[in-house]
Design a protein around this ligand. Structure first.
Ligand code: GRF
Length: 205
């Protein structure tokens, strides 16, 4: 069976939705490890409660390069069987840019969730960007991670409507609900080997 590693930095609600779906929906993947770059990430306690091992690879104060930090992440993933041959890495609110070395080593095996309809509003504060732009819809995107910023092949997207009364908070809440639906779905598709990458596109099924 595939081994799953989830990287977090904070709240961990997407991580929680994935871990719960694995149990409930019998997704054929072993939740091997949750890694946080921050020792106080709330998600760590949630993972422990669910019974998944956790590790902290602290990034604050780390003196080396991005690639050197990622080497530490890779060796932790490897320790738990999340390898380029037999692993899937989910970024779930992991607030760090991944080095090209890491991306290349785990080619098409690292996925991320972004709270906008990519390629619109990449980077930070996507919900705020969508509101300020005056968009009528936004949503979320699960995509493979490549060496660009939120540019990898799209796996699943979901839309939400934006109305005049929406605030950053209300829009984020609506989008998060969809995130919790589509991220586990993408993990399920990956675990069942139903995603094929062809250039910029993914073929599902
Ligand atoms: C989510 O909005 C996700 O789309 C973005 O960061 C946030 C993480 O939230 N990448 P959580 O830690 O999963 O609750």
């Amino acid at each position: 069976m595939l081994n799953l590693g989830i990287l977090i930095s904070g709240r961990g609600s997407n991580m929680e939705s994935i871990l719960k779906a694995i149990k409930k929906k019998k997704i054929p993947i072993n939740p091997a490890i949750v890694i946080s770059n921050k020792p106080d990430a709330k998600g760590l306690k949630i993972a422990q409660k669910i019974g998944v091992p956790v590790e902290i690879v602290e990034s604050k104060g780390f003196k080396g390069t991005r690639a050197e930090y990622d080497k530490k992440i890779i060796s932790t993933l490897t320790k738990y069987g999340v390898t380029p041959r037999n692993g899937l890495v989910c970024l779930a609110g992991f607030m760090r840019i991944i080095s090209p070395e890491f991306v290349k080593k785990y080619k098409n095996r690292i996925i991320n969730i972004h709270p906008a309809l990519l390629p619109a509003f990449p980077g930070l504060d996507s919900q705020k960007q969508a509101l300020e732009y005056g968009s009528k819809v936004s949503g979320c995107t699960v995509h493979f991670v490549d060496t660009g910023m939120d540019t990898g092949p799209v796996i699943i997207q979901a839309t939400v409507k934006i109305n005049e009364k929406d605030t950053e908070e209300s829009l984020s809440k609506k989008i998060l609900k969809e995130e919790h639906r589509i991220y586990p779905e993408a993990v399920n598709l990956f675990a069942r080997k139903k995603i094929r990458v062809s250039g910029r596109k993914t073929i599902i099924g």
